[in-house]
Design a protein. Structure first.
Length: 165
């Protein structure tokens, strides 16, 4: 969907993304999203969260009522209260596939570093025509659980001028 947004932006246009840092959210125990996953989804173009994404989110997140100290020792996953059991997660994954149902889950998981790393690779592979500005922490209105990153659509190279000059 980022490519679709970039397609309608004028060269130099900017997308601002406020992204959760999984190390400070209920996604704490989930692994960061990989280049292979991003490229796979860009090829597959799912229109709703996949059964795999639903299963992962529901089976690997926990309930947080604001008492978790992400700056301290986070209790082991098995000691935390969960919204969903593994059996619940399996049932929802099967349901979204069977019914083609949209279930709102966190499909990707990022740190500021992993976002820049993966999207730098996506850009290098020619899959997005933009540059990354940021990440920016501590912006007005944010909490420590998120970061800001901009994607700026590249301006086309001028005719007759090599783009590496």
């Amino acid at each position: 969907w980022l490519g679709e947004i970039l397609d309608v932006l004028q060269p130099g246009g900017v997308i601002a993304l406020v992204v959760p840092d999984h190390r400070r959210t209920i996604d704490y125990f989930r692994s960061p999203t990989t280049l292979a996953q991003v490229i796979g989804w860009s090829i597959e173009k799912p229109v709703r969260p996949t059964p795999t994404q639903v299963m992962e989110f529901l089976s690997e997140t926990f309930e947080d009522n604001g008492t978790i100290n992400f700056d301290g020792d986070v209790p082991p996953f098995r000691e935390l209260k969960r919204h969903y059991t593994d059996q619940d997660a399996l049932g929802f994954a099967q349901f979204v596939e069977r019914e083609k149902y949209y279930l709102d889950v966190h499909c990707t998981v990022w740190t500021p570093e992993s976002f820049v790393d993966v999207f730098s690779q996506v850009i290098t592979l020619g899959q997005l025509g933009c540059e990354i500005i940021g990440p920016i922490a501590g912006f007005v209105g944010n909490g420590p659980e998120e970061f800001l990153v901009y994607l700026q659509k590249k301006k086309p190279a001028k005719a007759g001028v090599p783009s590496d000059i």
